[in-house]
Design a protein around this ligand. Structure first.
Ligand code: DC
Length: 231
């Protein structure tokens, strides 16, 4: 067990558009805990590698970028944390479909995953951490107090991504988004190192017919039933 034992961790894993980011942030805010958007680390690795003009298929070089990342997450109220790279705010450039696709490609590389592992575990600080991603419960925080695996059907996930991207002013096409999401999910599930899958002790929640608030409540109920109220 690599995570610090005394720090409670809730992991929220699942495919794109399952709602894990929104749910994770709301949970962290409700509990007053820290929040880790681990996908952002893969996106930043892709973004920084692209900005440095390195060969994105060269695992050693991309892993070196991941090791050297100088990043800060600045928490925002009711919004995802803003990200700064080497002291410069990145803004929504991380949220494009191009960066999502490149992130999924570099996430296949074992050296990149190894470089990001300790960085992710360092987010576990008191009073607690909510960690969202693909392998939080299986790999990064295997001893987490509560593990959630969020799913939703692909059409609903594509619609959620569509809405999020439109709100950020991106020009997106729903049918293409659905295809891209399915390609990325397939790659994330098929990779040999830390693939997207529920931990054996994860609670699987289908968010298809639920809003974020309802999912958060279900997770809080699970937390209470496991540990008694810890708020
Ligand atoms: O959650 P996201 O869309 O920001 O993640 C972008 C990509 O990063 C996703 O396609 C897979 C990868 N990822 C991963 O492999 N492991 C994680 N813990 C989080 C994200």
């Amino acid at each position: 067990m690599t995570e610090k034992k005394q720090v409670p961790v809730i992991t929220v894993d699942g495919p794109s558009g399952s709602g894990k980011g929104t749910v994770g942030q709301m949970l962290a805010q409700k509990l007053g805990w820290h929040f880790l958007d681990s996908g952002a680390l893969y996106r930043i690795t892709a973004f920084a590698s692209q900005a440095q003009g390195i060969d994105m298929t060269d695992e050693t070089q991309v892993a070196q970028v991941a090791k050297d990342l100088d990043i800060k997450f600045i928490p925002q109220k009711n919004a995802p944390p803003s990200v700064s790279l080497a002291g410069k705010e990145i803004g929504d450039a991380l949220r494009t479909e191009e960066i999502a696709e490149l992130a999924s490609q570099v996430a296949v590389m074992p050296q990149v995953r190894a470089a990001l592992l300790l960085k992710q575990q360092a987010f576990a600080r008191l009073p607690g951490l909510v960690a969202d991603g693909r392998d939080m419960g299986t790999n990064v925080f295997p001893a987490a107090r509560l593990k959630i695996y969020l799913t939703a059907n692909p059409e609903i996930r594509a619609q959620r991504r569509y809405k999020q991207l439109k709100e950020k002013g991106f020009d997106v096409n729903l049918a293409r988004l659905l295809e891209e999401i399915q390609v990325r999910d397939a790659r994330d599930q098929a990779r040999t190192v830390a693939p997207l899958k529920p931990a054996v002790d994860a609670h699987i929640l289908d968010s298809s017919g639920l809003d974020a608030q309802e999912v958060v409540q279900k997770v809080l109920d699970l937390l209470d039933s496991k540990t008694g109220s810890i708020k």
